[in-house]
Design a protein around this ligand. Structure first.
Ligand code: ZN
Length: 117
């Protein structure tokens, strides 16, 4: 922001000096110089406006990137929580058949089905 303000003020100062030089050149009947300084004045005004607009664009991009980073961090935290729940559930499973059958059946080697019966 400081850089933008400094550049904008410098461009505006240069534009003001160009206007002064243009008017002074016109007063001394140097029409070519007057037109040249007038063109320089217009160029510096355009540069000041572009610098200000570019700064607005940079601020918007930075705000969007920060919002995206927050969303990404939240999604990663949610994914870690889901992974944790899945690990707990897998650790509680007694056998693969029980896990794949949603708790309806057990492997023959699993001792749990004897407890349930
Ligand atoms: Zn089992």
């Amino acid at each position: 922001m400081t850089r933008t303000l400094t550049l904008t003020l410098l461009y505006l100062l240069g534009a003001g000096l160009a206007v002064h030089a243009s008017v002074t050149s016109g007063q001394h009947d140097a029409l070519g110089y007057a037109l040249g300084f007038a063109a320089l004045h217009a160029l510096l005004l355009v540069a000041a406006i572009r610098e200000w607009l570019a700064a607005e664009e940079r601020r918007a991009i930075a705000a969007g990137a920060a919002r995206l980073a927050r969303l990404r961090a939240r999604a990663e935290a949610e994914a870690e929580a889901i992974d944790g729940i899945a690990r707990i559930e897998l650790a509680a499973a007694c056998c693969e058949m029980w896990w794949t059958s949603a708790g309806a059946d057990h492997d023959a080697a699993c001792g749990r089905d004897r407890w349930a019966a």
